[in-house]
Design a protein around this ligand. Sequence first.
Ligand SMILES: [Zn+2]
Length: 390
Amino acid sequence: MTRMATIVVFAAVAAGGGSAHAITGNQPEFRKLAEDVYVYIGKLNDSNAMAIVTSEGVVLVDTGNNTTDTRALLKHVQSVTKQPVRYVVITQNHNDHSGGAALFSPPAKTIVHERVAKQWANLKPHQMTAWRRRFPERTAALERLNPTDTIESVSGQRTLRLGGTDIQLIYVDDPYNPGDIAVWLPKQRVLHASMAGYKDRHPDIRPDYSHGTTEGLLKQLKAYITLRPQLVVPAHGPVGGGWILEGMIEYLLLARDSVQEMMKKGLPLATIEREFQMKSFSEWDRTEHLPWMAATIHRELQGLGPQAIKTVERRVSGVVASALQDGRRVTVTAGNGMQVVLRVTGDTVFEGIGDRTEVRTGMKVAAVYEVPEGIVPTLGYDTLEFTVSR
Ligand SMILES: [Zn+2]
């Protein structure tokens, strides 16, 4: 074996997947992208965040994949400026992007689209508890607050003008756009492309349209391309040029075509979900997102609205058999030997540990999770409560 071949094999094993996925580095990276613009690139395709420094404060764009990233992001920002964080723009309402807002806000204002504001106004009690407990150092500051007390919502386009810097917030309207906002810096020609920007990772698109639709994402991408950005920060994956947007259009069109071809052949949905492989993007990670993407496109192509998903609560107690992706995907072996795969997020309320990054193999746990009727959640069951007894 040549030396080069040895290195390649090692890199693939280090990635954890055992296959040659293209992913960002093992450690997060904070670097300057343009004058006064910095990017925080998540490790192993974790979510990316951006920081814009002005003479009247810092604007953050998203907040890091988990609490470790959020705290690291703050430290990095403090290493390049003495200005305080004044605004946090949430580009998509998913915890790996929005979950860190409570570290900065208040006093910073969190800017969200009004559709996101509505969702934050209707958080379930366990989500509210999770929000208040996410950063123990913030308990006192958040005690009497609700998430909506800290936000400023936008309905369409808006330009933030801070210390002479123009920061444009772009919302591309669509019936199923859940409130994604792209952030455009016209002077630096840098774009944070929100949920529509993905590179080296299969996007997480779901049949309940909670993450939008492929049609809506295509509409966003086409709008962003007209800006002719020089640099694009995707939601996940490495930073690149405007070609990232073109690549994603190609990806989504191919995805839609391949589902359509299978529908024409009369294949049932279960078969389509299994056969939908996106082989020309085989180096992208998170193939577990593919069955739901197929199911989403299958609905879209029939002109159907979002799938209504009923859930029932279940409980499991047992021992952690494995904890992957910083504790996001936790397998618990129950007393009877049955295994349950849990999807642990920023909405999960923890007892006994601070957050999911502290979940370890062998821990004794009790969890409350939601089982959706009639679908197999390939990412694991959404977990409401996660209690560790040592
Ligand atoms: Zn994400």
